[in-house]
Ligand binder design. Structure first.
Ligand code: NDP
Length: 307
């Protein structure tokens, strides 16, 4: 017989766990599936310094372990597994886990987050994991005292370039515009770091490498000139796309694929389905805003179930 749950939470970042904490405290026995990256994007970062309540900072992995424990303390069921299909046509919603196990959910909170973007070059795909990475804080360690490049001009790119500069000999920051999009404070950090060289108005034509992995990159400037740089690591920091493929034909999404929610609520266009965190937030994408929206979703969902 198919299992029936009151609330299914999909995703285990700050949004999913916060929703689980609130709903379990409300005695609604939420069931949370962790998804492909248990703990979400924060597990790929090191120190988090801007989450209130941690004056000395906190390790990203540790924070997610703590959130999980907090949810479990109140009875949330945290399960390993990936939701591979959902049918939102009628309630209770039909859901398939790991391609085989089926369950029915009276309500769903989608907190599936977002994933890093890549440039789409075949050479970039070829060397993924062999010098090409979208997470400097995860992989930077392997490039100690070497030369690397970061692509992007936003806060993430600047943060990653600064982080890598503390480990590596030299960091090229490849920016396609004549300016950085990052906050002034972050820009200042980059300009004040002597071993970061910002290459404005440059795009990557090709990632170069051999059997050992990445060895360089061919860059093309906006004036058409080309330049080769010698690097061992090539880091992407060009933004994220929301993890909404599962819901594409069923929920209202915006032009970029983010789930559209009603006003300041977490309500989607389908009654009983709520969205929280980066999957519905193209603007702020912070751990604290994701956690806050997980709380909103839990309260909206509770109201829906008790109506
Ligand atoms: P953003 O969307 O802000 O920046 C993406 C950058 O990548 C832009 O410079 C963009 O260029 C560039 N880019 C996009 N596509 C390509 C491409 N195909 N080739 C070359 N360059 C490309 O993403 P972020 O991840 O930096 O930031 C996301 C959000 O998270 C922002 O709101 C940011 O403020 C926030 N954030 C805050 C932090 C903090 O406060 N500590 C840390 C990290 C992120 P262009 O400018 O030309 O579009």
């Amino acid at each position: 017989m198919e299992e029936e749950v009151k609330v299914l939470i999909i995703g285990s970042g700050p949004a999913g766990y916060t929703a689980a904490i609130y709903l379990s405290r409300a005695n609604l026995q939420p069931v949370l599936y962790e998804g492909i990256t248990p703990g979400g994007q924060l597990t790929t970062t090191t120190e988090i310094e801007n989450f209130p309540g941690y004056p000395d900072g906190v390790d990203g992995n540790q924070m997610m372990v703590d959130m999980r424990r907090q949810a479990e303390r109140f009875g949330a069921q945290i399960r390993t597994g990936v939701i591979t299909r959902v049918d939102l046509a009628s309630r209770p919603f039909h859901v398939v886990v790991d391609g085989e196990q089926e369950l029915r959910a009276e309500s769903i909170i989608i907190a599936t987050g977002a994933t890093a973007k890549y440039l789409g070059l075949p050479s970039e795909t070829k060397y993924r994991g062999q010098g090409v990475s979208a997470c400097a804080t995860c992989d930077g360690f392997f490039y100690r005292k070497k030369d690397v490049a970061v692509v992007g001009g936003g806060d993430t790119a600047c943060e990653e370039a600064t982080y890598l500069a503390s480990l590596c000999r030299k960091v090229y920051l490849i920016v396609r515009k004549p300016f950085l999009r990052a906050s002034k404070a972050m820009q200042q950090r980059v300009f004040n770091t002597p071993n970061i060289e910002v290459l404005f108005e440059h795009n990557t034509a090709e990632v170069l490498g051999d059997e050992s992995g990445v060895t360089g990159a061919l860059l093309r400037a906006n004036d058409g000139s080309e330049r080769k740089i010698d690097i061992s690591g090539f880091f992407l920091a060009i933004g994220h796309h929301p993890n909404t493929e599962l819901f594409a034909d069923q929920l209202q999404l915006d032009a970029e694929g983010y789930i559209v929610t009603e006003g300041t609520s977490s309500r989607t266009n389908i009654e009983g389905v709520f969205a929280a965190g980066d999957v519905q937030d193209p603007h702020y994408r912070q751990a604290i805003t994701a956690a806050g929206s997980g709380c909103v979703a839990a309260l909206d969902c509770e109201r829906f179930l008790l109506r």
